[in-house]
Write a protein that binds this ligand. Structure first.
Ligand code: NDP
Length: 454
C-alpha cells in the first residue's frame, strides 16, 4: 500500500533545505509556491499519492560546464555555464539565458522553477528551464562577447534543440548575444532551426518579442486596475531597471496616458518629477542599448531629474510600481514605503523582485500585487509564438502578435482571478500569487499524473 505524502509545509521545506544546502533563492521560490499548493492539494489524494510536490521541486536535470575564452589581451579566461532543465511535462524546456556575475546554480534553479509555472500559465505547450553563466558582459568588447558566446554554445548545443530545449535572452543576453549563440549553433550542427528565441527579425525572430515582456506587464497591470474599476490614464509609476523590460514597460505605461517618474540601474535611480516623456525615453534607449551607458547620465542631460546614487526608487510617491530589474530588489522596507505612500498596484516585470517579507506587506495592505510569473509572462508567450512561426516557416504581422499578446495577458489575469479571488470583502480581493501558483501548478501536475511514475 502506497504511503501518501501528508507532511506539514515546514516539514516539507526542511527536506527541501536539506537537499539544496545554501541555495537561498531556490528555497525562497519553492516556499512561495508551496504554501499555496499545500492548500490546494490538501483534499486531493491523487497528488499526494504520486508525490507530485516532491517531484516538481526536483529539476529533471542540471548541466554544468566549463566555458573557456580568450580576452582581447590574449589572457585565457574561465567561466562556469549551466542549463537547468526543470520540467518538460507540458512541452520542450523553455526559458532564458542570463549572463551576470551574480549567476549561480541557486539563482538558475529558482528561475527555472518559476518559469515552469509561468509557461504553464500562458496556455502554450512549453516546459520550464533556465541557463546562464557568471560571465559579465559589462565593459567587454564585442569580440570578447562573441568569443564567450561561441564557447558557451559549443557545449550548450549538445543539450538543446527545437523539440528539446529552446533558450532565450534574459539579463545580459540581448539581441547581440542571441545572434552570436545562434550563429555558433548553426555552424556546429549545420541546421537552421528555431533553437533560440529572441532572434533578430532578419533570421527568424518574431515581431513584438522585444516589447512583449514590458508591454505585457503593463497590460497585466491594466487588467488588475480594471478589475477594480481603475485605469492607467492619469496615473504615475515608479519603474526600476533600465533594460529591455523596464524601457518597454515605461513606453507602454506612457502610451496609455500614465506618467513614469523613475528608472534605475545597479548604480542607483533617477527621479524625474516632470515624467519621462517620449523624447527622454528615446534618449535612454540610445544610452542603454547603443552606447551602453549608465542611468546617472540622464540627470546631466535633463535638469528636471535627480540621480540618487546606490538607492532604489521605492520611496518615491506613485500610484503604481513596476519592479523590472532583478530578483530581491524590493525588500520589506521598500514595500512599506510604497504602501505608506498609497500605491494602488504593483506589477512585476522582473522575476521575483519582491522578497517574501515584501509580498506579505502587500497582502496585509490588500493592494493589487501581480507576481512576475503572471505579470511578465508576455515575453515567454511571444517566444512561444516565435517557436510556432519558425516551425511553420512563416512570419506573422505585428498587429496579429500584438492582439495575441493582449489576449494572452487577459487570459492569464483571468486564471489568477479564478484560483485567487477571495470572496470576503466588498472588493473581492484577488490573491494573484495564489491564483498564478495554483493555475500554473495544476496543468503541469495533471500532465505528470498522466505519465505515471517517471
Ligand atoms: P537587462 O539586462 O536588459 O536589464 C536589466 C536591468 O536591471 C539593467 O538596468 C540592470 O542594471 C538592472 N540590474 C541587473 N542586476 C541588478 C542588480 N543586482 N541591482 C540593481 N539593478 C540591477 O534585463 P531584462 O530587462 O531582460 O530583465 C530584467 C528582469 O526581467 C530580470 O529579472 C529578468 O529575469 C526578467 N524577465 C525578462 C524577460 C525578457 O523578455 N527580457 C522575460 C521575463 C522576465 P545594470 O545595467 O547596471 O546591470
Amino acid at each position: 500500500m502506497a504511503v501518501s505524502d501528508h507532511v506539514s509545509l515546514d516539514e516539507f521545506m526542511e527536506g527541501v533545505k536539506k537537499r539544496n544546502p545554501g541555495q537561498e533563492e531556490f528555497i525562497q521560490a519553492v516556499r512561495e509556491v508551496s504554501q499555496d499548493i499545500f492548500d490546494f492539494i490538501e483534499d486531493k489524494e491523487e497528488y499526494h499519492e504520486a508525490q507530485i510536490l516532491r517531484r516538481i521541486v526536483e529539476p529533471d536535470r542540471i548541466v554544468s560546464f566549463r566555458v573557456c575564452w580568450e580576452d582581447d589581451n590574449h589572457n585565457v579566461r574561465v567561466q562556469r555555464g549551466w542549463r537547468v532543465q526543470n520540467n518538460n511535462a507540458i512541452g520542450p524546456y523553455k526559458g532564458g539565458i542570463r549572463f551576470h556575475p551574480t549567476v549561480n546554480e541557486s539563482v538558475l534553479k529558482f528561475l527555472a522553477f518559476e518559469q515552469t509555472f509561468k509557461n504553464s500559465l500562458t496556455g502554450l505547450p512549453m516546459g520550464g528551464g533556465k541557463g546562464g553563466s557568471n560571465f559579465n558582459p559589462r565593459g567587454k568588447s564585442d569580440s570578447e562577447v562573441m568569443r564567450f558566446c561561441q564557447s558557451f554554445m559549443t557545449e550548450l548545443c549538445r543539450h538543446i534543440g527545437p523539440d528539446v530545449d529552446v533558450p532565450a535572452g534574459d539579463i545580459g543576453v540581448g539581441s547581440r548575444e542571441i545572434g552570436y549563440m545562434f550563429g555558433q549553433y548553426k555552424r556546429i550542427t549545420n541546421r537552421w532551426e528555431g533553437v533560440l528565441t529572441g532572434k533578430g527579425q532578419e533570421y527568424g525572430g518574431s515581431k513584438m518579442r522585444p516589447e512583449a515582456t514590458g508591454y505585457g506587464a503593463v497590460y497585466f497591470l491594466c487588467n488588475m486596475l480594471r478589475h477594480r474599476d481603475e485605469e492607467i490614464d492619469g496615473k504615475t509609476a515608479i519603474i526600476s531597471g533600465s533594460g529591455n523590460v523596464a524601457l518597454h514597460a515605461a513606453e507602454k505605461f506612457r502610451q496609455l496616458g500614465g506618467k513614469v517618474l523613475t528608472l534605475s540601474d545597479s548604480d542607483g535611480f533617477i527621479h524625474d518629477p516632470d515624467g519621462i516623456d517620449e523624447e527622454k525615453l528615446e534618449w535612454i534607449k540610445d544610452l542603454k542599448m547603443n552606447r551602453r551607458g549608465r542611468i546617472s547620465e540622464y540627470a546631466n542631460e535633463f535638469s528636471s531629474a535627480e540621480f540618487h546614487e546606490g538607492k532604489r526608487p521605492w520611496h518615491v510617491e506613485a500610484d503604481c510600481a513596476l519592479p523590472c530589474a532583478t530578483q530581491n530588489e524590493l525588500e520589506e522596507e521598500g514595500a512599506k514605503a510604497l504602501v505608506d505612500n498609497g500605491v494602488l498596484a504593483v506589477a512585476e516585470g522582473a522575476n521575483m523582485p519582491s522578497t517574501l517579507d515584501a509580498v506579505e506587506v502587500f497582502h496585509d495592505a490588500k493592494i493589487m500585487y501581480g507576481p512576475g510569473k503572471a505579470a511578465n509572462a508576455g515575453g515567454v508567450a511571444v517566444s512561444g509564438l516565435e517557436m510556432s512561426q519558425n516551425s511553420e516557416r512563416i512570419s506573422w504581422q505585428h498587429e496579429r502578435l500584438h492582439d495575441m499578446l493582449t489576449e494572452l495577458m487577459g487570459d492569464i489575469h483571468d486564471k489568477c482571478v479564478e484560483y485567487g479571488e477571495i470572496d470576503d470583502g466588498p472588493d473581492n480581493y484577488v490573491d494573484y500569487v495564489k491564483g498564478a501558483n495554483v493555475a500554473g501548478f495544476k496543468k503541469v501536475a495533471d500532465a505528470m499524473l498522466a505519465f505515471g511514475v517517471i
